[in-house]
Design a protein around this ligand. Structure first.
Ligand SMILES: NC(=O)c1ccc[n+]([C@@H]2O[C@H](COP(=O)([O-])OP(=O)(O)OC[C@H]3O[C@@H](n4cnc5c(N)ncnc54)[C@H](O)[C@@H]3O)[C@@H](O)[C@H]2O)c1
Length: 234
């Protein structure tokens, strides 16, 4: 595993999505060799993060083609509005397994080589839904709260191994996942008018935060939960 920033390898899950694509592009511009992974078409590596066998295969393929990853960015996720009283068990599993179990599986699988190399970095994408509750998203809030505290606990366990582990919590970002509100112009306008930033976020807003946490400028950040939300939780 190389510790030279110019030749470090980064794995980005959810790379076919709005935030994942922006993160992958920004990390490539920063000098990383980026392996984009997704269950959907559009990423270089195919991987369902809910499957340990898939995640192991991803690690083996990326390591063989690019080298052992120094950076893991967990972006893959799913969201849909729901009420718990009407949420099917398989939909609870879909939300928890994609957002939380997937983060566990990738951390479990990619950490050993980072520990062995004595250097590495993980950035998990949580959500403002992981630091407070919200209407019509209880399972998603539970999953993202799990991501936030998984991040903090792993940072405690592995800082001494030379691995920094942090979390970015986006607010509302203009990707297909935000269709539930961007498809309703009046609701979106009302939301934006109440924001200190005055606008919905972009994938690049999140990519900038990931880029910082993965950089040497963030060498004293461990277990950081970086909220990038235009001020919605201020
Ligand atoms: N868009 C927002 O407003 C917002 C806000 C807060 C947090 N987030 C989080 O940001 C992350 C990225 O979301 P986005 O806005 O880019 O949404 P998106 O729907 O554009 O992208 C999500 C990507 O994850 C992939 N994915 C889904 N299930 C997968 C699986 N099992 N294995 C591998 N890949 C899988 C999808 O194929 C998709 O490409 C998610 O974790 C999401 O929860 C988004």
């Amino acid at each position: 595993m190389s510790s030279n920033p110019e030749s470090r390898v980064a794995v980005v899950t959810g790379a076919a999505g709005g935030i994942g694509a922006a993160v992958a592009a920004r990390l490539a511009a920063d000098g990383f060799a980026v392996a984009g992974a997704d269950v959907a078409e559009g990423a270089a590596f195919s991987c369902d993060v809910r499957s340990e066998a898939d995640v192991r295969r991803l690690r083996d393929e990326v390591t063989a083609r690019l080298g052992a990853p120094w950076l893991l960015v967990n972006v893959a996720g799913v969201f849909f509005e729901h009420r718990i009283t009407e949420l099917a068990e398989e939909d609870w599993d879909l939300i928890l397994d994609t957002n939380l179990k997937g983060t566990f599986l990738t951390c479990k699988t990619f950490l050993p080589a980072m520990i062995e190399g004595g250097s590495g970095c993980i950035v998990n994408v949580g959500s403002t839904a992981g630091i407070r509750g919200g209407h019509t998203r209880a399972a998603y809030c539970a999953a993202k709260a799990g991501v936030v505290n998984l991040t903090r606990s792993l940072a405690l366990d592995h800082g001494g191994d030379g691995v920094r582990i942090s979390c970015v919590c986006p607010g509302l970002i203009d990707t297909p996942m935000a269709d539930w509100i961007t498809s309703r112009p009046d609701a979106l306008r009302e939301f934006e008018e109440g924001l200190p930033a005055g606008r919905i976020g972009t994938g690049d807003d999140i990519a900038g935060a990931v880029s910082f946490l993965a950089s040497d400028a963030a060498s004293y950040t461990h277990g950081t939960v970086l909220v990038v939300d235009g001020g919605v939780t201020a």
